[in-house]
Design a protein around this ligand. Sequence first.
Ligand SMILES: Cc1cc2nc3c(=O)[nH]c(=O)nc-3n(C[C@H](O)[C@H](O)[C@H](O)COP(=O)(O)OP(=O)(O)OC[C@H]3O[C@@H](n4cnc5c(N)ncnc54)[C@H](O)[C@@H]3O)c2cc1C
Ligand code: FES
Length: 240
Amino acid sequence: MKTKSNFKGKILNIEKIAKDTCKMDILSPMEKADAGQFISILCPNTTLRRPFSIANFENQIITILFKLKGDGTNYLSSLNKNDEIDFIAPLGNYFDIKNKKALLVGAGIGIAPMLFLKQTLNKKNIENYLITGFKSEDEMIKGSDETVVGGSVIDNLEKIIQDKKTEIIYSCGPIPVLKKISEISNKYNIPSQIAMEKIMACSIGVCRGCVIKIRKNNEIINASVCKDGPIFEGREVIWD
Ligand SMILES: Cc1cc2nc3c(=O)[nH]c(=O)nc-3n(C[C@H](O)[C@H](O)[C@H](O)COP(=O)(O)OP(=O)(O)OC[C@H]3O[C@@H](n4cnc5c(N)ncnc54)[C@H](O)[C@@H]3O)c2cc1C
Ligand code: FES
């Protein structure tokens, strides 16, 4: 397990890659990160740091993809090459990689951790197929094996599971999509690992503001998404 630290990084590149969506590469002294983990960035115009999944980490360069939402992400989009950025990382747990035929599902900006996971699986020569979905063509982000535009990533999922002889599903996206994926994976008796999202305050397991209910060893317990997650087994999450 890597210890989290507060880092200062330098922005190497920032660019718009789709409608209201930016990609940022940050040169950082951080030594290691795994797919599923996230960083929590200080935005001087907001009280709380903002969490973003690591979309890649290679040669000390962290890549994040972010969608413009409010003050924090608007501030980030105003930054330039060579600007300094303050963040805590690596945060949270990570995908527990199995040597099984993997289906990766990313809805919208949920593609971010899936790209890092795909890279990791490729390096380990583990067969994988990434399907992503976007509301419109101008929101599309590249890097998937299959992209659904306009519809939902769920629509064709059962057919893909069968065609690809899927043995495990990894996914990230809005809660209703994750819930549905978890139901489908249960139906086919396939394990699923999902990256949960919750609005976060501290991002480091202190405030308990990001708690969800999960079932572990037949007990219902409170788990914090930022520290115990963000990756959970689909079948252990208790969906509201
Ligand atoms: C573990 C984790 C990883 C994430 N990874 C990414 C990523 O890779 N790329 C990305 O674009 N976003 C990601 N997010 C969401 C991102 O943190 C929020 O979009 C961001 O904090 C919004 O900040 P803001 O100040 O721009 O907007 P705010 O003014 O804080 O919020 C604008 C709107 O977005 C909603 N919102 C804020 N935070 C969240 C959240 N965590 N989940 C759902 N809705 C939210 C608010 O309710 C509000 O309606 C992640 C969140 C978590 C918890
Ligand atoms: S955000 Fe504070 S415990 Fe998770």
